[in-house]
Design a protein around this ligand. Structure first.
Ligand code: TYD
Length: 150
């Protein structure tokens, strides 16, 4: 997943991969450079059973970059109009998810480590967890974004 068209408010970011199979690999991440926002929070998701799907929410203001540090995981990103599945397995690339994109994480491989860099501290108020509420809010959000471009 590199140059394919992606959903609005999502994109893949390629990071530097310094080293090789002999030396090992190093990936540096600088806030407001590689990561397009000041990083205010980091969390990671580990030991997820194979048949578990997590997420099922969107954020109004939060921006995030998801990086799979070990193993692989699939991310379903969704707007009311379209959806896409991105597989993350390369620690030198990240999935940026911006405002009002619904996400679900599934198919975690054994030992998968999903790290998330976030633009804000944790706030439950920023979550939309009910898909019906999300649809109503997101339809008007994406329609006004399209109108602003016209
Ligand atoms: P949630 O964001 O719903 O996880 P996921 O989308 O991976 O299923 O968070 C799960 C729980 O963890 C929820 O009770 C809130 C809590 N939590 C924090 O306390 N701080 C955090 O930074 C995050 C991301 C979650």
């Amino acid at each position: 997943m590199k140059n394919n068209r992606m959903l609005p408010n999502t994109r893949m970011i390629q990071f530097r991969d310094i080293g090789d199979s002999k030396l090992g690999h190093l990936t540096p991440l600088e806030a407001e450079g590689d990561i397009p926002f000041p990083i205010r929070r980091v969390y990671y998701i580990t030991r997820v059973p194979r048949d578990m799907t997590r997420g099922f929410h969107s954020h109004r203001q939060l921006e995030q970059v998801l990086i799979c540090l070990h193993g692989s995981v699939k991310i379903r990103v969704k707007t009311p109009f379209e959806e896409q599945v991105v597989e993350l397995s390369n620690p030198a690339e990240g999935l940026f998810i911006g405002h009002m994109v619904w996400r679900e994480m599934f198919d975690f491989s054994d030992g998968a480590v999903l790290m998330v860099l976030a633009s804000e501290h944790y706030s439950e108020l920023d979550y939309i967890r009910c898909y019906d509420d999300y649809e109503v809010e997101a339809i008007s959000y994406f329609q006004s974004k399209i109108e602003m471009r016209e």
